[in-house]
Design a protein around this ligand. Structure first.
Ligand code: NI
Length: 376
């Protein structure tokens, strides 16, 4: 297959995946589709206990280390509004984060690797990872033993605001830690006209939301960064009744483990103190997500050289407050995660999210070249 044929193939693979998106942990057809491609390319699939996801080894002709390349494969519960001829055929589900692009790019890299198998100095392990959007897929892949023997790992995410031909590479932190909180204020309901008989959790929630804004503005150093967002409030049923309880949900984002801990402590202090001040009970649920994504220096250096040889314009990317469960891999083996320019008009998770397909062959070539560079 020459480069033009491969590009046409990858675009058709990408469009197929885009039309049939599947939610996290339900990527059954996607898994079958990737398995079919592995068989087509004569790449042996590794055993797994996971119900979705595909893991495969391309063992080179020469001895050497194992390098892993990861692509995530899941989609989101979003109704697509792009109007593309190959838009999602699954109602309410969309590849709005471009994981279809990542999957197609890794299949492309696999084509190159397979063609050059006899010259590879070691093994490249392909990780088609499920359930990234839930933040737990990578952990399951690690628990499944797919990282065993791996000495370095790489992965990429499409980046709508970067032009095609540009790649963002950075050692150190790149993406944020993701924590979620769930607060239930337990007051006492009453007639809206007789508030003295109740304990109004709506007023308490108002104070709480305002006070939580001070964590970032008054506790975190202006030279550091964090986000505290209250994103969901449930309370009340009608206009003339004070409800008995209010539920709030939200997320915390941070890069530094010490800040991550400080914000959590402060949130507990504020929530508990305000609830007490308003004579209400409170329950706080805390759900830690992926840690910050921190790229390793040596691997990033090698990948940067490979990207430059691939005639990509390497830039220093802006940090992203979004989370990415690739960070779990980086806590186990050295590696790097790149932002790949796709010139989209909308951000990740938007119903009109699109990307430029001409970046696909570049991403496949980049994954191929950088995995080979790491083997060497
Ligand atoms: Ni994503």
């Amino acid at each position: 297959m020459n480069e033009t044929d491969l590009e046409a193939h990858l675009i058709s693979i990408y469009r197929h995946l885009h039309q049939y998106p599947e939610l996290s942990k339900q990527e059954f057809e996607t898994t079958r589709f990737i398995e079919k491609w592995m068989r087509e390319l004569d790449i042996p699939i590794r055993k797994t206990k996971l119900k979705t996801g595909v893991f495969a080894d391309i063992k080179g002709g020469n001895p050497g280390p194992i390098v892993a390349v990861r692509a995530d494969i899941d989609a989101l519960p979003i109704e697509e509004k792009t109007g593309l001829p190959y838009a999602s055929k699954i109602k309410g589900v969309m590849h709005a984060c471009g994981h279809d692009f990542h999957t197609a790019a890794l299949i492309g890299a696999a084509c190159h690797l397979k063609r050059n198998q006899s010259q590879l100095n070691g093994t490249v392990r392909l990780l088609f990872q499920p359930a990234e959007e839930l933040g737990g897929g990578a952990k399951q892949v690690i628990a499944d033993g797919q990282l065993e023997g791996v000495e370095a790992i790489i992965g990429l995410h499409n980046k709508p605001e970067l032009p095609v031909g540009t790649i963002g590479l950075k050692e150190g932190p790149l993406m944020a830690a993701v924590d979620r909180f769930h607060i239930v204020l337990q007051g006492k309901g009453s007639h809206a006209a007789i508030p003295q008989n109740g304990k109004d959790p709506i007023v308490t929630a108002g104070h709480l939301i305002t006070a939580l804004q001070t964590i970032v503005s008054r506790n975190v150093s202006p030279l550091q960064s964090a986000v505290v967002s209250v994103t969901k409030i449930i309370g009340g049923s009608t206009w003339n009744v004070i409800p008995g309880d209010v539920t709030l949900e939200g997320t915390i984002r941070s890069f530094d483990p010490a800040i991550r801990e400080e914000v959590k402590t402060k949130l507990y202090t504020i929530v508990e103190a305000i609830a007490t001040a308003f004579s209400q009970k409170v329950e706080i649920g805390w759900f830690p997500g992926p840690p910050p994504l921190v790229n390793h220096k040596a691997v990033t250096e090698i990948v940067r050289k490979a990207a430059t040889q691939e005639v990509l314009d390497v830039i220093d990317p802006e940090l992203s407050m979004a989370g990415e469960d690739f960070s779990y891999y980086l806590y186990n083996v050295p590696g790097t995660f790149a932002f790949f320019g796709t010139n989209g008009k909308e951000e990740w998770h938007h119903p009109e999210f699109t990307l430029d397909e001409s970046a696909l062959i570049q991403a496949a070539n980049f994954l191929y070249k950088s995995s080979r560079a790491l083997l060497n």
